[in-house]
Design a protein around this ligand. Structure first.
Ligand code: UTP
Length: 294
């Protein structure tokens, strides 16, 4: 079984739910407390043992490449001013030379197409896929838990969480089979099932470990829901030949692609920090008393 070394981050979406914020700034660069959203996801991948970070970018996304580059002037200035803590924090997050790759999805034809754009950079080995919109909060990262399962089972791993049963039509929904190690066998996958038809309330939360044969399926460029090339449809086809396992993540997930999820993430990550927890609680209580909706 080949070792999991690479992760793909599709960051070529238009972010229409977040306009006008995302007119010139990629949504992945919006800040949760003091770090851009994409940094949380890259850190989760690094903590899970990932060694190479592949970004599928689009127009207006060059700033993401800059964010993961060395900023000589800034580093030198921090060193000269004796700001050693700040410098050490930045250097800890800095990918090593050659650890990042960038390719462009020239037209945003859907998540499946964005993943397919990474085919040559991934090559013939399994890879992790992390949707940067979704950031997670737990002691042990979601991907790290998935790697534990992958080391036992191989195959393809998808992370799921429970959603409100009335909301299943908004998500990719997964059917649950027999338990395996810290996960279960996946019996079905449907992207946005019509209301009342979902087999469960377990939704795909944006973390995957996939085998490279998915690229062959995606190369057909078949369109699905929303006239986009859907990853879920391709996984469903691959399921005819390979096993998919589910990992039920129990931590918190925030959909930073929507303004509500993004604000919630900011509150949650501020409360999570010991240096901010108390002041945040007081601020939230005070503002809740003072402010009435307009
Ligand atoms: P979303 O559908 O949530 O992102 O895709 P979006 O299209 O940017 O958002 P809205 O709906 O217009 O607000 C999930 C992930 O897949 C990437 C997005 O960047 C996001 O991380 N994606 C989506 C691509 O890279 N390319 C695409 O063609 C579509």
């Amino acid at each position: 079984m080949k070792k999991l070394r690479k992760a793909v981050f599709p960051v070529a979406g238009l972010g229409t739910r977040f306009l006008p914020a995302t007119k010139a700034i990629p949504k992945e660069m919006l800040t949760v407390v003091d770090r851009p959203v994409i940094q949380y996801v890259v850190d989760e991948a690094r903590d899970a043992g990932i060694e190479h970070f592949i970004f599928v970018t689009g127009r207006n996304k060059a700033v993401i490449e800059d964010h993961f580059d060395v900023q000589f002037e800034l580093y030198n200035t921090l060193a000269e001013r004796g700001k050693t803590d700040e410098l050490a924090r930045l250097q800890k997050l800095q990918p090593l030379p050659g650890q990042t790759s960038f390719t462009r999805q020239q037209v945003p034809l859907g998540l499946g197409h964005a993943v397919w754009c990474a085919r040559d950079l991934v090559g013939d080995e399994p890879f992790a896929l992390l949707l940067p919109d979704m950031i997670m909060q737990s002691e042990r990262g979601c991907l790290r838990e998935m790697v534990d399962l992958f080391d036992e089972t191989g195959g393809n791993i998808i992370a799921v969480q429970e959603c409100d049963p009335a909301e299943t039509h908004k998500y990719g929904i997964v059917g649950r089979g027999a338990d395996v190690h810290n996960g279960f066998e996946v019996t079905s996958m449907v992207e946005k099932p019509p209301r009342g038809t979902a087999e469960s309330n377990l939704f795909l939360n944006g973390r995957y470990i996939l085998q490279p044969e998915i690229f062959e399926v995606l190369s057909k460029h078949e369109k699905g829901a929303g006239n986009e090339i859907q990853l879920t449809d391709a996984m469903l086809k691959l399921q005819n030949e390979q096993t998919f396992y589910g990992y039920h993540y129990k931590g918190r997930t925030f959909d930073c692609g929507s303004p509500e999820g993004f604000v919630e993430a900011n509150v949650a990550f501020a409360l999570w920090r010991s240096d901010m927890n108390q002041s945040m609680k007081e601020t939230i209580e005070r503002l809740s008393r003072e402010i009435k909706p307009v």
